[in-house]
Design a protein around this ligand. Structure first.
Ligand code: PMP
Length: 308
């Protein structure tokens, strides 16, 4: 078994067959969630395959590891090189999703890892289409506000993209799907809007965009940053500010951002239609600017498209 197009995995510097990339059941990360990871997209463009903001993702991986005092036994440039090579090794010519992970491996079982506790690094890549469904990019998704809150900033740091954080995301997403929604939005512990289970959130009101700030328990997404910069170029104002729950219901437009979700419009929250209930014009404009990067319609001013 493998994910579509996945044949080889980079594991601690070696290329191994997909089925042979295994860990010991007593690995620290399996018991305590002590892993940090990234999700990165590779797009097929007229100039060949390009990895979107690879260096920024790998920088975040190292920042996540730094927060947890987890030394990654490879240099950033080695991981960047390995991600690129893996796309060729797996012959992923239609684009791909790359998943690098660094984790506390098999050492002692105690909670506080000693300095010599092994840190393993793996990278997998496979073909992955749209995350929230093929039609979602156009028709939008129906979401709910979760009964589960985001982790508080003084409990688990949300700016680290760590495995353990995703217990929270799993509760939010599973609850939403169980109740017949496509995805869930969590509030932060102060009751303000935080983010989706695996996506950041933007809303549009009166032509201005609003997105929760880093202090609302979000992962500061790379797609979120991309959208903020796209808005700047389009002359649209984005306010990073606390958003209350009722503002969601009263928004003209709303969308999720994320590497997996890309830019996905939100049609309803708790079964209340957002605006007309259809993708709004500003959302469409931002989507077109974003996806234009991969068809050469949008200038890559920031050097976000990295060659393989
Ligand atoms: N929030 C959470 C909890 C996520 O898992 C993700 C996906 N990595 C995001 C936001 C969006 O981040 P990015 O745009 O960097 O993928």
């Amino acid at each position: 078994m493998s994910y579509k197009g996945g044949k080889f995995i980079w594991h601690n510097g070696q290329i191994v067959n997909w089925d042979e990339a295994k860990v010991h059941v007593l690995s620290h990360a399996l018991h305590y969630g002590s892993s940090v990871f990234e999700g990165i997209r590779v797009y097929k463009t007229p100039d060949g395959l390009k990895i979107f903001r690879l260096s920024d993702h790998i920088e975040r991986l190292y920042n996540s590891a730094k927060i947890y005092r987890m030394p990654i036994p490879f240099a950033e440039h080695e991981i960047i090189k390995a991600c690129k090579a893996l796309i060729n090794d797996n012959n992923l010519t239609n684009g791909a999703y790359i998943r690098p992970i660094a984790f506390r491996g098999y050492g002692e079982i105690g909670l506080a890892p000693k300095d010599d506790h092994p840190v393993d690094v793996s990278i997998a890549a496979w073909e992955w289409g749209t995350y929230l469904g093929a039609e979602a990019l156009e028709n939008g998704v129906d979401v709910c506000v979760s009964s589960w809150q985001r982790v508080a900033p003084n409990t688990i740091p949300t700016q680290a993209k760590a495995g353990g954080n995703y217990l929270s995301s799993t509760l939010i997403s599973t609850e939403a799907k169980r109740l017949g929604f496509d995805e869930g939005i969590a509030l932060s512990t102060d009751g303000m809007v935080s983010e989706g289970a695996g996506e950041n959130l933007f809303l549009v009101k009166g032509g201005t965009l609003y997105t929760p700030p880093a202090s609302s328990g979000i992962l500061t997404g790379i797609t979120r940053d991309t959208v903020i910069k796209i808005c700047l170029r389009l002359g649209l104002t984005v306010n990073e500010q606390s958003i209350n729950r009722e503002s969601l219901y009263l928004a003209d437009e709303m969308f999720f951002t994320g590497t997996a979700a890309e830019i996905t419009p939100i049609s309803s929250v708790d079964r209340i239609a957002i605006g007309s209930g259809e993708r709004g014009p500003i959302t469409e404009q931002i989507q077109s600017e974003f996806f234009g990067l991969f068809s050469n319609k949008t200038n890559d001013d920031h050097g976000w498209l990295e060659s393989i």
